[in-house]
Design a binder for this molecule. Structure first.
Ligand SMILES: Nc1ncnc2c1ncn2[C@@H]1O[C@H](COP(=O)(O)OP(=O)(O)OP(=O)(O)O)[C@@H](O)[C@H]1O
Ligand SMILES: [Mg+2]
Length: 275
């Protein structure tokens, strides 16, 4: 088995010329910085989330089978270098862009943090090793990353998948605020297939009970870790380090933060997978 890539989260091996093996590790990264502390058990739960969504979404996907509790065999694809983000709510970097230039994607006037958008929007980013940046549909076409038809396909597929995931989440008592999809092309047929992973590293999840417009939400995803890092000043360290071209040194994650993050991931998984 050939080692191919050690990503921020997964280790990828080539099983044969058609299949890859994803090992969901216990590594965690935030603000595009790998943390020095592992989160024991995270890989297993992320693998279970991915299996759950791939099984229940009605879209062709790359999953072949599970191999143990934290490994998945997937079809090897030619990845499309765009992160297909869909947002149903104004939060995170979209909220920051909205408050700094009000006319973003014509979202509507006077929206607050956490406001539900009129319709889910397609908000793609580049897929970069360092920091993903927003990219417009026009730029995707101009850079010939996708043809017109391919772009329409991934956009419609992403919005459709978000709607399905939202409905399932809603039925379990959650709001899925946004989600990121990656697609790849089948090397023989060029068919576009849903790939990568779907779990709390890819979406923002809030409970319906705690949701309040105009406030920071209680989150059941990686935002909990980002919020803790912001509280201890690490977000500012990341900002300054990138201005100075230096590598930020992450703090050790305390065990209560690790335990709470895992508890939140499991809480969502248990509720959603039992619907
Ligand atoms: N079916 C597939 N075939 C080939 N590559 C895939 C497939 N599904 C996902 N990938 C790629 O495998 C890598 C998974 O590793 P991981 O997500 O841990 O990396 P990462 O550090 O997040 O890298 P990236 O920022 O590129 O996603 C990603 O680059 C992803 O695009
Ligand atoms: Mg990734």
């Amino acid at each position: 088995m050939k080692f191919v890539h050690s990503g921020k989260v997964k280790d990828v091996y080539e099983l044969d010329d058609k299949n890859l093996l994803f090992h969901f590790t216990d590594r965690v990264s935030a603000y595009d910085v790998p943390m020095i502390t592992d989160i024991k058990g995270k890989g297993e739960i992320l693998c279970k989330f991915a299996e759950f969504w791939f099984n229940c979404l009605d879209s062709r996907n790359h999953m072949v089978r599970l191999d143990g509790k934290d490994k998945m065999v997937v079809r090897k694809l030619k990845m499309i270098p765009v992160e297909c983000v869909v947002r149903g709510y104004l939060y995170g970097s979209l909220y920051e862009r909205y408050t700094s230039s009000r006319n973003i994607a014509d979202l509507g006037p006077n929206l607050k943090i956490g406001s539900k958008l009129r319709e889910p929007i397609f908000d793609p980013t580049t897929k970069s090793k360092i920091h993903d940046l927003p990219i417009s549909e026009d730029q995707i076409l101009a850079k010939k990353i996708l043809t017109n038809d391919e772009l329409r396909y991934v956009k419609d597929a992403s919005i459709g998948l978000y709607r399905q995931m939202s409905e399932i989440s809603n039925n379990a008592g959650f709001i899925m605020a946004d989600v990121k999809f990656e697609f790849g092309k089948d090397p023989t047929t060029s068919e576009i297939i849903l790939a990568d992973s779907l779990g709390p590293d890819e979406f923002r999840m809030w409970t319906i009970d705690s949701y309040k417009v105009g406030e920071e939400q209680v989150s059941y995803d990686k935002q909990y870790l980002r919020d803790w890092l912001t509280k201890v000043g690490f977000r500012d360290i990341v900002k300054h380090a990138s201005e100075d071209g230096k590598k930020p040194i992450p703090p050790e994650l305390p065990s209560d933060v690790i335990n709470e993050l895992l508890k939140r991931y499991s809480f969502v998984y248990e509720k959603i997978s039992k619907i």
